[in-house]
Design a protein around this ligand. Structure first.
Ligand code: 0GY
Length: 295
């Protein structure tokens, strides 16, 4: 046994996903994935809200190749808190084929930020999902923005749809590119053209610096795998309406899934259903992530 024992109800990633029938275009980027540990090398943070199974860089890079992707954007997971060592180690091992989104505190120094940048970090994540982190006042995040602005980094935000109104002024005050995780977590049992998802589209309509990941059908769906048919119209709507401001990612190793563990091959097969033309697929998987992470 390693240094940590995963939570008793933890669902571990599928070690044998199916080969997708959809072939991503050359240069495709998985723009949302994580690494967990391994915990005996990169310990999980004391303030974490969950203890996952180990899911290290070697498995991530093998999955990337198996699914037909070339690059990864690795997002710091909350189980590692603001200790970015596992992330940095993965970026350094990727030979330039991975970029990172880190979590930093407002006390982070210019030297620490420079080291993260050199490793391939290009953004910070602000997480507002209360089951994952304890919320901080807006001033805390503004002070981080001041520190990262000189590096040209962007901000990734993760929040529940029901919190959008409360955070609207803060989100729209951010001066950087702002990438929203998982379409702002819509309740997909509500109508596509109802007030909640319309509000999210208004956010993107009015603020051209806002980009959305059209990821995580497995997390948002009520209809379930492998079709996730209730999520498709939401993702497709954003891809067609904002073709130059959408990103896609597997979300491997799928933290905190409770209903099932997705087959990553099936997740890739969803791409042509949300981005039905080759042009939309190329923008979603290549042009947009390359513009943000490998300019
Ligand atoms: C995701 C979603 C989740 C977890 C995290 O950093 C994390 O712990 O992002 C979640 O539980 O919804 O994007 O991986």
């Amino acid at each position: 046994m390693g240094a940590f024992t995963m939570d008793p109800d933890w669902l571990c990633f599928d070690p044998h996903p199916s080969k997708p029938s959809f072939r991503p275009p050359a240069g495709a980027v998985d723009a949302h994935c994580h690494v967990f540990g391994p915990g005996d090398v990169f310990p999980f943070a004391p303030e974490r809200k969950y203890t996952p199974c180990d899911a290290g860089k070697d498995k991530l890079f093998a999955l990337r190749d198996f699914l037909g992707f070339e690059r990864n954007v690795i997002v710091q997971a909350t189980c590692h808190g603001a200790d970015n060592r596992a992330l940095v180690d993965s970026l350094r091992a990727s030979g330039g084929m991975a970029r990172g989104v880190a979590t930093v505190r407002d006390t982070v120094s210019a030297e620490e930020l420079a080291e993260l940048h050199e490793a391939g970090v290009r953004g910070v994540r602000f997480n507002f999902v209360r089951r994952l982190v304890d919320p901080k006042p807006d001033a805390y995040y503004h002070s981080i923005i001041e520190r990262i602005a000189p590096l040209g980094w962007h901000v990734v935000i993760y929040f529940e749809a029901s919190d959008l109104d409360e955070k609207w002024d803060f989100f729209t005050s951010l001066p950087t590119t702002v990438v929203v995780d998982h379409m702002g977590r819509p309740d997909v049992t509500k109508p596509l053209d109802g007030p909640e998802f319309s509000r999210f589209q208004q956010l993107m309509d009015e603020h051209e610096n806002i980009v959305s990941k059209v990821s995580c059908p497995e997390r948002l769906s009520r209809s379930g795998p492998p079709d996730y048919h209730d999520v498709i119209p939401f993702a497709r709507k954003l891809v067609e309406r904002f073709p130059d401001r959408v990103l896609w990612g597997t979300d491997w190793p799928h933290p905190n899934m409770t209903t099932h563990m997705p087959d990553d091959g099936e997740l890739v097969n969803i791409i042509p259903r949300i981005a039905p033309t080759e042009e939309l697929q190329r923008k979603l998987l290549v042009d947009n992530p390359m513009r943000i992470y490998w300019p």
